[in-house]
Write a protein that binds this ligand. Structure first.
Ligand SMILES: *Cc1c(COP(=O)(O)O)cnc(C)c1O
Length: 409
């Protein structure tokens, strides 16, 4: 661990060391600069912060509990395990912390219309939810393939009054939906704010989304002090774009004795097209506005990715994570689909809590590596969302497994 303090404050153009930045067409520079300026002003504005705090408390349901997982602790027989219960947020995941912050920002900027992209639909649902609450017009871009896979979330968004626009370019999934949302934003920037869902994209999004999610770590830090009487030995979170992980980690960055691990999707194994572990085989590149670690093929084309959890299934990782990895402040690893599905059921049966398949990756890491800790250690896992949305996915996965085994015997 380096001795000097950890500084990940980006420069004026949003560079986290060699990562991040604003790699966008000329037409997007003006709206991004306006957003960076307005956000820079509002993040220090007392009234804005009080307003955000009010809705986080009374609408989202914060603070979320820090729960001692007693049976899981007993089963593993090493560290004491605590869960930060983001699954208890309104709409069932941490995504609403950011969607709410950005909707308030849009309102302050006088924008009547908000747009967003969504892959699995969780960010789309969170955005449609806060848009309804504030009476803003809402359009969600979603790949046609994702719309079919996540029909229930499409129905949720439409029931909340949002328009869901199918995107039919390319692989018809998240990457194409982001591009389409950017195109919309360019043409209607006067009345529209684009709510990006993770610590990705051009500046100021990685900074802004991290700030809005840091409420997780601020609460967790003071809950640890109060409930356990000390800071945890180790923080663990799953990393898709990386917003729930950064939200938890950030307020602990200067606490040198707190170790941190980010868990990526190892999918069916780290082979081309079968995973989304950017730090395992990714290379430096630019995707959708930011410079970071990206899964690419030999020719520099964006690789196809796979994960049983849609929220971890993206070719790029947030730029601040790339810097934290260089600084050796956070370790990154990955677990497979199979390990995540097993952890989904293990937590259900030990604690009566079905985690989303994304944080099931973090649970799986803790189960697998439990022997590294002793009884004096405290491990805090970010339970970023609830598993109801994934019950069907797990059932299908298990059925495929059974068929696969039969086929090979
Ligand atoms: C979207 C999602 C993730 C992945 O996104 P991050 O930005 O990496 O947090 C993780 N967990 C849940 C429950 C999600 O919905």
């Amino acid at each position: 661990m380096p001795k000097r303090s950890i500084n990940t404050r980006p420069d004026r153009r949003g560079h986290f060391g060699p990562y991040g930045g604003m790699y966008v067409p000329e037409t997007l520079m003006a709206p991004l600069e306006e957003l960076a300026r307005e956000y820079g002003r509002l993040r220090r504005d007392r009234e804005f912060r009080d307003e955000l705090k009010y809705y986080l408390r009374h609408y989202v349901g914060r603070p979320t509990p820090l729960y001692f997982a007693e049976r899981m602790t007993r089963e593993l027989g090493t560290a004491r395990i605590y869960l930060k219960r983001e699954d208890l947020c309104h709409t069932g995941a941490h995504k609403i912390n950011n969607a709410l912050g950005q909707a308030l920002l849009a309102r302050r900027m006088g924008k009547q219309r908000i747009i967003a992209e969504t892959g699995a639909g969780q960010h789309g649902v969170a955005t449609a939810t806060v848009a309804a609450m504030f009476g803003l017009e809402c359009v969600i871009y979603m790949g046609r393939v994702d719309m079919e896979r996540q029909a229930l979330n499409v129905f949720r968004m439409e029931s909340l009054g949002a328009e869901v626009v199918p995107v039919t370019a390319g692989q018809q999934t998240l990457k194409e939906a982001i591009s389409e949302a950017m195109r919309d934003w360019v043409t209607r920037v006067r009345d529209t704010h684009y709510v990006l869902g993770s610590v990705l994209g051009a500046h100021p999004y990685p900074l802004m989304v991290r700030d809005f999610q840091s409420v997780i770590g601020r609460e967790a830090r003071s809950q640890c002090r109060r409930i356990i009487g000390r800071l945890p030995s180790h923080l663990v979170a799953c990393v898709g774009g990386g917003s729930n992980a950064l939200g938890l980690f950030h307020p602990f960055l200067q606490d040198r004795r707190v170790r941190m691990t980010g868990v990526e999707a190892g999918g069916r194994g780290v082979r081309p097209g079968q995973h989304a572990a950017r730090f395992a085989t990714g290379r430096l590149g630019v995707l959708q506005g930011t410079r970071t670690f990206i899964l690419q093929d030999r020719h520099g084309q964006i690789a196809t990715t796979h994960s049983v959890s849609a929220g971890l299934d993206y070719a790029a990782v947030g730029p601040e994570h790339s810097l934290l990895r260089d600084l050796k402040r956070v370790e990154y690893t990955h677990v497979t689909d199979r390990e995540a599905v097993r952890a989904f059921e293990a937590l259900g049966q030990w604690e009566g809590i079905l985690p989303a398949l994304e944080p099931a990756h973090a649970i799986a890491y803790v189960i697998k590596k439990a022997a590294q800790w002793s009884k004096n250690d405290v491990v805090l896992i970010n339970l970023s969302g609830r598993g109801d949305k994934d019950v069907r996915e797990v059932a299908d996965w298990k059925q495929r497994e059974r068929k696969g085994r039969k086929g090979s015997s």
